[in-house]
Write a protein that binds this ligand. Sequence first.
Ligand SMILES: *Cc1c(COP(=O)(O)O)cnc(C)c1O
Length: 752
Amino acid sequence: MSIQPYLDTYLTRHGGSLDTSSDRELMYALTAAVRDLQKPMGHAQGKRKLYYFSAEFLVGRLLRANLINLGLLEDVEALLAAHGRSLAQIEDQEPEPSLGNGGLGRLAACFLDSIASLGINGDGVGLNYHYGLFRQRLDTGRQTEMPDPWIAPESWLLDTGVSYPVKFGSFSLNARLYDLEIPGYENGICNRLHLFDVEQPAPPPKDGIQFDKTDISHHLTSFLYPDDSDETGRLLRLYQQYFMVSAGAQLILQELEERGHALEELDKYAVVHINDTHPSMVIPELIRLLTERGVELERAMDLVERTCAYTNHTILAEALEKWPASYLEQVTPQLLPFIRALDERARKRSDAPKLAIWDAHDVIHMAHMDIHSSAKVNGVAELHTEILKNTELHSFYVLYPEKFNNKTNGITFRRWLMGCNPALSDLITQAIGPEWKRDAGKLEGLMDYMEDSALREQLLSVKGENKTKLARWLKGRGTEITPDSILDIQIKRLHQYKRQQMNALYAIWKYLQIKEGRTPTRPVTMVFGAKAAPAYTLAKDTIHLLLCLSRLIDQDPQVSPWLKLVMVENYNVSSAELLVPACDVSEQISLASKEASGTGNMKLMANGAVTLGTLDGANVEISRLVGEENIYIFGRSADEVIDLYQNSAYRSSDYWQKPEVERLVDFIISPQLLTMGDAQSLSRLYKDFISKDYFMALLDLEDYIAVKERCLTDYEDRDAWSRRMLVNIARSGFFSSDRTIAEYDQDIWHLK
Ligand SMILES: *Cc1c(COP(=O)(O)O)cnc(C)c1O
């Protein structure tokens, strides 16, 4: 397979060439050439087909990822180099698709890559958002939100020309189907991500991300998770969800029919995976469509239960979706009889009110509907699944023990090692050969090189190169960092349970230490990347605090040679691909029991970062794999935290009263910091710390500071540190999404 003829055809047609075209023109040319190459490739085959429904797919830029999977990356780089061009520069012109926002969406994207790469018969189903969650700006000292458009005439989207009618309470819309092609890794297979869109999408709003949320027909696919702080926003989210699942369900039944199967055989030929609760209405919608086409109701409910599987991603109460029946009455009244029937059926299995789908207050519980009406329910890391079984969903577990199972998350090493860290990939291949690229478990072979000091030296120098590369990129955005400093990185959505606030208090502690003359051996660069939900005030206040601290440190000549705090604007997959390979210390400091799994922890580990974290989510499994000498663990256990919540026993003021803690918290409203920013925002944060601190940032603060200091000191023993790096890379193979997907298939989907 060669890309050259396709590229030449495109360039000739557009009057360009590899020498004369701009980087942007070459990006379009390569996009078109890859698309043409993928066109004749075949879809994975199999008796059953998987439909993976998700509100988001954070796919990242696709040019490099697709070239890797087509086996063309080296050829294309060589071809471009022969003309003095670089793929890195060209791909910088590629907009990142605004189809997702965080870990859940990134997981769905890694899964599609693995499904195609394992040759599994499965497609994704989602929505074609035009402006994403938002593009984050930080130039005013706080977060402001702008639309994040990505669709251009020459994008990866294929217009299928197909559409499905979707009927709402008082009007109807056509759902037009666009596809993104998902090539497997060097296996000639190309699966699809189906993205539904309205027929007349609105142009980007002029006033930030404010728009008329009642203009459903034009704005349904404008934004991911539109502001739900008022009722029109909440209704819009429901319109989005129903639009996605109704069109998706029609597509499933159409494909079933086209393959010549009867509706009664749905469960034999289709699997519907529900990624978190956003697509839950696919359950009553499939039942509705089946009964409309003549299947008897009880039969339809049984069929759909055998067809569906549900993944739970969170135990945060606020994130478990429930909708007033009156909302559904407005958006999709035709579903209510079927949800009522599902509720009655569930009540025959258990009459416990807390297991109801439709409760006494006329509220519909989406997760309950998913559990009652799916064949399998899974959590996303061992600890998370145990918490679901023993605490959060215990009554459901007692009712349906056979449904519950764990599927520890994973990442695709094709993007998160081969794609983003070619220097490390080459080093690994030199040592253990290329087999790890097909089977990340083979990375274990690196353990044999523990006494190879030359290899470990090279590991350190590759890390150094990646830090220099990141420094160059940051410089282009107006921030200077010392590549020789320790890069301490916390990149993830901004949420109190992830405790960026605790890390900010560490920054204050370090600042004060340096002011008191206790300078570290080596400078430390603290990097944050995080978007806060637009209506999440305390999260935005935390961003403001970080930006104030950054300025304070920069302006202090005594501190700035030793400490730097960088907040990367608009954290997304493309910036993650630069940050992850450069990281020394991976901050995974969530309040134990609250982070379901995390996948950032896995990416950073695979790139030779050492984890500083709590025993939460997949950190537990990371810790077991690398051993306690190769990870820095601190803080209360999940059991202790769960007890604190159950007994309402945590008082943040008890911790604040410790002088060492008080000094750090009070610094937030110190005159020095107040001159850097907004008093209202800082004092709101301060008050929350001392009076509430729901996610217990102060609980583990002292332990965190002590363990982080030990970690930074240990960094100076470069020999020992390089051993830690090597163990982390070698043991990361378990977290390949190929392993995760093989398990889903083995235990849930049964497709191969
Ligand atoms: C991996 C990833 C995440 C998830 O990070 P966590 O640390 O697991 O929360 C979020 N955003 C982006 C852009 C990612 O690549």
